[in-house]
Design a protein around this ligand. Sequence first.
Ligand SMILES: [Zn+2]
Length: 627
Amino acid sequence: MALGNVNLTPQLVQAVRDAADIVTIAGDHTRLKKAGRRYQGLCPLHKEKTPSFSVDPVQGLFYCFGCGQGGDAIKLHMLTTGDDFPAAIESLAGRFGIPLPRRDRHSAREGRDGREGRDIAGALAAAADYFAGELRRSSFALAYLEKRRIPGDLITRFGLGYAPDSWDGLRTALTGKVPLADLEAAGLVGRSARSGDPYDRFRHRLMFPIHNPAGRLVGFGGRTLGDDKAKYVNTAETDQFHKGNLLYGLHLAKREIRESGRAVLVEGYFDVIGTVASGLEGAVAGMGTALTPEQARLLSRYAETVVVAYDGDAAGEGAFRRALPLLLAERLGVRRARFGQGHDPDSLRLAEGPEAVGRAIDGAEDGVLLEMERLIPKDAARDPHQTAAAGAAVRQLVGVVADPVARHNYLRRAAERLGIAEKVFLAQLAERRPGTPGPAAPAPSGPGEAARPAGIVRSLEERVLERLLNGVGVPARDELPVAEVFLDPQCRNIYQVFCTLYGDGRSGDSPPDVREVLAGLGSRGELIDRMAQILVEAPFGSKELEDLETAPVGPPRGEGEPVVSDLLAELGRRFQEKRLRELAGEIGEAQRRGGDDALLTRLYDEKRRLSLSFHRRPGSGAGRGAG
Ligand SMILES: [Zn+2]
């Protein structure tokens, strides 16, 4: 999505980076604890049980040593919301009060929300306000919520609203505020097929705002309060609103889900609210359709286990059986809550009280075992054909279970129930026909496993940069070596920006701090990410972190750590050695070719100078003049 209406100047990007509070942004997605000057928590970017995510508010950087992701506030916003860079700038600017320089009005709406320049987000937000206001005014709708015993704080929390029984209530209320075309693009206003006249699509309905996982309003669901045959209606699909990719309530539940590891998957919007009203957080619902693989994947970003709390009727059982393999395929544990007598969580709460819902969900049983019981009837072992059919069905189900130990356990129990020897059953599994699902291969190792191990070995160049950027023992500007002594291109680029800022006299003689270097890097995202890694990376409980906790400012310090001038000297020596080896080759080559005495003289001269400085004592600015 191109941001058509905002000029993305470097000044704007920097203003946003300075204003955006990285702790606030991280706090939307994970609970942070203060440790020294930093904050730690469970990583919002990968699933984990022990915290490896670290945020430094002073530097404005984050890093996760579990998955290796790091960067500034803009990057964190992009990774947690899915926004692209321009959308991130716009969103953060709005949130942290940076005015956006607008282009002229003609180009202003182009490209927004990808629909010929319509401002869908603006239309949805205005509609949400309108619906909420109408709910407060409608004694009928309030009485309905009262009857369903929805507490007032949950009406607010879920942003419930009411679309009055009118063909033009929304349009009239928003005249002059939101263009009609925007309301149409957002799926809030339709057109009569006969006359072409516009009309409000939601009439006499209780309105449920629907958000994406990042918490952005993307559409509405509306439940009729009259006798409309369509009990529930959603806004039309837009670029932002794909029913199959959304889970109702996830933006409110995700933190709880990540912390408890458990999500409660229910069928309807009222079930989500009813489950929360029963004192259980972490409830989400599909969007009135069968669970999709995308929704299962979305859940797996937050949950370890999913309690399926669908209705106890035949439709609910069928939906559970379709959802089960999708959830298992995402390495989720699956449990099935039973409500009895055709209840769902909300109706059970109304009939037997909130404790009954809690008991049903806490007492949920293993979903695979339940399904195995259904697939293998009690007397299956007596009929060889039934045994074979049941065995095949179980193998197909259990084949999706990713964890080998769990898988083996299920198969052992199935063999028992089928009355066949475990060995025989497992052997059959091995020779299954091609095309039938077998045991899932171990999932590819996550980015966390690819990232560096907890015992971090920093390169010499990273150690130098960490100290320079933290302003520890930085030599005078003219004692710094040339940038070529850094062989890692990213480190070299960061160092170059550091040196340029150091020399420009903008802050007297003092070296630039982290924020200034970040500003100097502008939009060079990969360099900012690398800086975050260098500066924030530190495993919890490590010596480095303990040091950080006792020393509120400054870099991690260890006993006997070399000072920066020694490290720089080592860099210089390493560069000289490399250059001397190259020179030897170049001299040999020039001698072979012959005829270019000037070149040979120049090469010999460089070699002599290098050799001389190479044997000077360390720490005496050996790197200088090496290039
Ligand atoms: Zn992570």
